[in-house]
Design a protein around this ligand. Structure first.
Ligand SMILES: [Zn+2]
Length: 325
């Protein structure tokens, strides 16, 4: 399995395994959708490989079972509901005291561990305090602050950073059929989260975005005449409008960058460079900053449940009002 990014974390874990200094419990924390669980699964596979641990050979029965998700000594628990209940923790505990079936260790990966109820967390503390021999626990969370301090203090904490634009672009290239420029744009807009980036593809984000850029272009060329299609392209429900506001803001950020550098290096919306160039003819740097502020306050208005239609019409008018000539 190909892992993008997180080389440091994997190296550190492998070094600990080689030095026989593995912790009983690791807490992987960091933003949602960046591959924490994937790293835990890959490392679990590596640890159990009888051929080349702590690196997975990829060929042996153990490696293949792990990859197919049916290794009897790797337990991955993804909470099916909004909370992890005490019964579910008890079941895991029962499994943890049994000897490994095939390997020399047993690995437990618990996703969204912050979902443990207080009772479940307190029950789990017993396992953390006296971890069964030959078990390694990987607790995974994107909400570090929601964990009980007593749980936190018993884990070795490993932070995970968002994926770099390069890594995310490569990942998208591998998983989707989009062209490299689009992949880079989505990677940048997704802020380093593979889950967010992939969701953008599923939601037909690219079509929505290209429609929105068309409307933005019309707004700038036709002014008042373009407002109707601009408001329409921004979307109807709150979530969609919020995403659209993000896109429009990224466009003005790009225009500002282009005005400063006079080239498209660092521009997010590279695939619609012509629109960015056209906007750069009509907005000064100061106007871009002002429009960004206007968009920011529109975002706040949206959160405060202002009338969307009026809010977007006003936004369109304000954008036109900032244009040169
Ligand atoms: Zn192997």
């Amino acid at each position: 399995m190909r892992i993008y990014g997180h080389e440091q974390q994997l190296t550190m874990l492998r070094d600990s395994a080689r030095a026989n200094r593995l912790a009983n419990t690791y807490l992987f924390y960091g933003m949602e959708g960046i591959g924490k669980k994937l790293v835990a699964m890959e490392f679990a596979r590596s640890l159990l490989c009888p051929v080349s641990a702590p690196v997975a050979c990829g060929e042996c029965t153990s490696c293949r079972k792990a990859l197919n998700g049916n290794h009897p000594d790797i337990f991955v628990f993804i909470p099916p509901t909004a909370s992890i209940k005490i019964d579910e923790i008890r079941l895991l505990q029962e499994k943890s005291i049994l000897r490994p079936f095939e390997a020399t260790r047993k690995i437990f990966i618990i996703d969204d561990v912050e979902k443990m109820t207080r009772d479940a967390a307190n029950a789990f503390l017993k396992t953390l305090e006296e971890p069964p021999e030959s078990c390694v626990f990987f607790l995974i969370t994107a909400r570090y602050r929601s964990l009980l301090p007593t749980v936190l203090s018993r884990c070795q904490k490993i932070p995970f950073s968002p994926l770099s634009d390069d890594d995310l672009t490569k990942l998208l290239g591998e998983l989707t059929s989009c062209d490299p420029l689009q992949a880079r744009t989505v990677a940048t807009l997704a802020g380093g989260s593979a889950a967010t980036a992939l969701a953008m593809f599923q939601e037909d984000f690219l079509a929505h975005r290209s429609n929105l850029f068309g409307a933005l272009q019309r707004l700038i060329l036709q002014k008042e005449m373009g407002i109707f299609s601009f408001v329409k392209a921004m979307g109807s429900d709150k979530e969609e409008v919020a995403k659209s506001l993000d896109i429009v803001r990224s466009a003005f950020r790009d225009v500002a960058l282009f005005l400063v550098r006079q080239d498209t290096a660092g521009v997010i919306n590279r695939d619609v460079e012509h629109v960015i160039r056209e906007m750069a003819q009509r907005f000064s740097l100061r106007h871009c900053t002002e429009v960004s502020r206007i968009i920011h306050s529109a975002m706040r208005g949206l959160t405060a449940n202002a009338n969307k239609q009026l809010l977007l019409e006003a936004l369109g008018l304000k954008i036109i009002g900032k244009m040169r000539g």
